[in-house]
Design a binder for this molecule. Sequence first.
Ligand code: NAP
Length: 548
Amino acid sequence: MAASPSATTSADTLAGPVPRYDAIVIGAGISGLYQLHRLRRLGLTVRVFETGTGVGGTWYWNRYPGARFDSESYSYGYSFSKELLEEWDWTEHFSPQPETERYLNHVADKFDLRRDIQFGARVVAATWQEAPREWDIELADGSHHRARFLITAIGPLSAPQMPRLAGIDSFKGPSFHTARWPKEPVDFTGKRVAVIGTGATGVQTIQEVAKTCGSLTIFQRTPNWCAPLHNGKIDAAEMRAIKDGYPAMFAHCRETFSCFLHTTDPRATFEVSDAEREAFYEKLYGERGFGIWVGNFRDMLTDPKANAAISDFVARKIRQRVKDQTVAEKLIPRNHGFGTRRVPLETKYYEVYNQPNVTLVDIKETPIEAITATGLRTSAADFAFDMIVYATGFDAITGSFDRIDIRGVDGQRLKDTWTGGPQTYLGVQVEDFPNMMMLMGPHTALGNIPRSIEYNVDWVTGLIGHMRDHGLTRVEATAEGVATWTEHVRKVGAGLLSNEVNSWFTGINSNIDGKQTRVIARYSGSAPEYRATCDAVAAGGYRELMLG
Ligand code: NAP
């Protein structure tokens, strides 16, 4: 495979030949950076287009106050380079966004990645060209670029979504979506601040803003079940021990259901006595990270009664931590059980509601009618604010694809192919979209994302390497492969309580037309099973794909 501008073709413009590469990667986040590194090592010419002005993806854009990992820092870094593991020190068990952004910049520098990344470059369209077997990529500036392979590294949570509210542009003060937070620090001191949204992002924002603001009013539509993060500093001795334990730790992550450090408890909820169960919940509530979610009894997310038991435990915790019981009751979810949506991890989140300057507004009781010039109006009252924060989440999983006009064979639009839900082969390929590989696309195992990313990237690199070695230039998922995988994804998700609840996990977004019906958007089987399937395809020479 060779790249670089060659003979003039119909795609070339008056401005000159269209640049050609072996591969174009969209996005310079954790997956795009690693994919660039791997393909370069394979000897390919690669161009990465990144909308932002720096690397980091999620950790570049989400610079809202309080943004930090919810997975243990050391389990979240790249594992592919021993040298990198050895030289990087994490300072906290759950790294704050600035540190993570520094880390990803360090990676970009260390592996000299920047020279192949074009920043401030938003991809608006990608069109498959059958004859030359190339993707034509159009940027927002009107320029075109071509490549044999298109690799989407655009993330499952990267298309920020504003709420649909009347008058949204009329507010005169500063307002921010959390995923488009300014680089300059925002000072909340003495300010009257509104936060709309109480997902994982809202929770992190709220607990930070509450420290300095004049007053904080939280507009909550659906409460979420939050659990303590138990963050802490990492000193030099502990970091040394973590480094020494890396091989074992990464091996362990490879074995767990979703690549987290925590392992599902093999017992069922009611196999143990009431006292043992309570003690186990208490232990998990007191431990760091996602243990209470992914290290709980094995039936917690499948048996409604088991789920009710842990929900009742966490509800009691909320009642203990929040002084005003009317407020506590509003903070307890009623329409879904613990862990059936992503569990926000928190640090004194519930205690924020004990502050005299904090007000919780349940917008199911008193809906927001409009954003006004001076604040917002609910059905019950007018509120005046100096700042409004929209922590209203993302057009998840397929949203970042929908925002690019991706057209495959015969001009078919990916968005149309996925009406009614995504259909993929292994979450990596789509029928009629040859040579397009998705990293962390729909139907892949997400879990502890960097662990899944490294596998995903390695697999895609293996496929491209195989094609190069065999002189192949076109790869496409078969209709049968897509149907089988999509059905498999549906089957492994059946019986999982999280797939019976509205959230981004199930493709629901109240702010977007056409996203009000649940779909199976994520692969919810185990990561080891996912990898075994993909490994078998690779070992068999990718016979399940159409190669030519
Ligand atoms: P989210 O979980 O989708 O939460 C969005 C919030 O905004 C919800 O409370 C939602 O209410 C509310 N909302 C949306 N539209 C609204 C409207 N029109 N009016 C009023 N409220 C509205 O989004 P997120 O909090 O940004 O989190 C998304 C995901 O990002 C997380 O689940 C997690 O996977 C990831 N994340 C990770 C970290 C980390 O690792 N540290 C941190 C933050 C986020 P409803 O629930 O009623 O729709």
